[in-house]
Design a protein around this ligand. Structure first.
Ligand code: BGC
Length: 503
């Protein structure tokens, strides 16, 4: 509860995640943009949600579609301008919606000025201390400094012209920050303030479990047999969950708390993306009272279609977090995971030992989408009903399936390219949305440019994508969209006490 006696808005909010590139394209170039989102605010509002979370819209070479940030305080020209952000914030607030930005603290783009300066500076310089630059092993430093695997394939280490190596947990284009450097801390303070001053109501904070590394960066112990290339990074306890990161989150919480004190009426939320699969005790570390307000629990999303597993996912999470006074934050879909109707329509979905959503590798065979649709409705109804907040991912309200039929040369996810196709990647859950049945405008995704042209969508849409069109579903009581609207209406009815409005 807040000092004025009302419940903090985020504790039971429904938040709608927008993958900016794939939501709505207002200028006909085939790429979603901020103005496209602003034109669709009435649709978002009609879903009965409380807030939107935008995936990164900052300048970026787009090697990982915005999660490689080249400037944290501007907008990528593909997506618009700072003035478009201001318009979007205003439009959201006018509709009673809050807006969350997505901040990436573990790494930036290798095109960021800070990293370019580091490359130009000598070993041991202040510019290099922002990152993890190290000498290599071997007689001539020709071997990487340790054995850590990268999250998307290969080693975390990349060698630079003067012979040193730098560490990048995800791709070589995303060098990790060294948060023990006070310059990094100070810069992110400015970044948070910049967006809060522009009216943003909070931040989804990316990949927090990777922030902080074991001092000395020791070799990780050998992997057990059978752990694949992509899963390997998740086993590196020296590069994940390192306790020093919690100093950073406590500092961020202080920054946000101070901002709220200076701006009465503003209620800011920090929500952590902390993958702690089936370990609510680990998740709890991130939502201690002086750290994040919320952290996604992915356990319901990770559960197979197996009642005891679903039950356990809910009970364990609620028991652990509530016992410590923390809010629970559910989600069933996001831009990194295969879509729910596909996952739950797999023949192996009922196997308690399986998880069917690994967007990094699982392909599509024998999927029964009708079964997946029914199961998705049941699990979604449950997610709307259990205590806590709920984050939805664009397109789940349309029942969109995962798309597998993407030609290799149109796939964009670095996971696909860095693993030579062994990991299928996440493009299949990022296909531009179908708004109408009109194929000429990419099913309503693109508004034609001034000259009437419509660019090809950045990822190809299936020919039958119009079958999922939002406009048609809006007119059909049995549709997934109508189902979602009923769920959020029912959820709003039971809300008490009142929540504050965005200001
Ligand atoms: C984001 C991914 C991104 C990765 C690296 C994740 O957790 O959700 O989309 O590729 O962080 O930033």
């Amino acid at each position: 509860m807040s000092a004025t006696g009302h419940q903090k808005w985020w504790r039971d909010a429904v938040v709608y995640q927008i993958y900016v590139r794939s939501f709505a394209d207002a200028d006909g170039d085939g790429i979603g943009d901020l103005r496209g989102i602003t034109t669709r605010i009435p649709y978002i509002s009609s879903l009965g949600v409380d807030a939107v979370w935008l995936t990164p819209f900052f300048p970026s070479p787009q090697r990982d579609h915005g999660y490689d940030v080249a400037d944290y305080v501007d907008v990528d020209p593909q997506y618009g301008t700072l003035a478009d952000v201001d318009d979007l914030v205003a439009a959201c607030h006018a509709h009673g919606l809050r807006l969350l930005a997505d901040i990436v603290p573990n790494h930036c783009s290798s095109e960021h000025r800070w990293f370019r300066d580091a490359l130009a500076a000598p070993p041991g310089s202040a510019a290099r201390r922002r990152f993890f630059f190290r000498d290599g092993r071997g007689d001539d430093g020709e071997l990487p400094p340790n054995n850590w695997p990268a999250a998307f394939g290969g080693s975390v280490w990349t060698r630079v012209a003067d012979g040193q190596w730098y560490l990048a947990t995800f791709t070589p284009w995303q060098p990790d920050f060294d948060w023990s450097d006070p310059a990094v801390v100070a810069d992110f303070d400015d970044i948070l303030r910049f967006w809060l001053d522009r009216g943003v109501d909070g931040f989804r904070v990316d990949a927090v479990t990777h922030v902080g590394k074991a001092p000395g960066l020791p070799d990780m112990p050998p992997l057990e047999d059978g752990v694949g290339e992509i899963a390997a990074a998740g086993h590196n306890s020296y590069g994940m969950y390192w306790p020093s990161a919690h100093n950073v989150w406590r500092h961020w919480r202080d920054t946000v708390d101070a901002f709220e004190c200076e701006h009465p009426g503003r209620e800011v939320v920090l929500v952590a993306e902390a993958y702690t699969a089936r370990r609510p005790d680990l998740l709890m570390d991130y939502v201690r009272p002086d750290e994040f307000h919320e952290a996604f629990s992915f356990d319901l999303m990770l559960a197979p279609w197996h009642a005891p597993s679903i039950h356990r996912a809910i009970d364990d999470t609620i028991a652990t977090l509530h016992a410590n006074g923390a809010a629970v934050t559910w989600t069933l879909n996001n831009h990194d995971t295969q879509r729910i109707v596909t996952r739950l329509g797999r023949p192996e979905a009922e196997d308690p030992e399986s998880w069917t959503g690994n967007a990094l590798s699982t392909t599509g065979t024998d999927i029964d989408l009708a079964v997946g649709d029914r199961r998705a409705r049941a699990l979604t109804a449950l997610a709307f009903a259990v205590p806590g907040s709920l984050y939805l991912y664009q397109g789940e309200e349309l029942g969109l399936p995962e798309v597998f039929d993407i030609p290799d040369d149109r796939r964009e996810d670095p996971v696909f390219h860095l693993t030579d196709g062994e990991g299928l990647g996440r493009d299949g859950c990022r296909i531009p949305l179908p708004w109408s049945t009109e194929a000429a405008t990419s099913f309503g995704f693109s508004t034609p440019a001034r000259d009437g042209s419509v660019g090809e969508p950045w990822l190809p849409q299936p020919v039958a994508w119009g079958d999922y069109a939002a406009a048609d579903q809006a007119a059909d009581d049995e549709s997934m969209l109508a189902f979602y609207r009923r769920l959020s209406a029912a959820r709003r009815l039971r809300r008490w006490p009142a929540r504050s409005s965005p200001s």
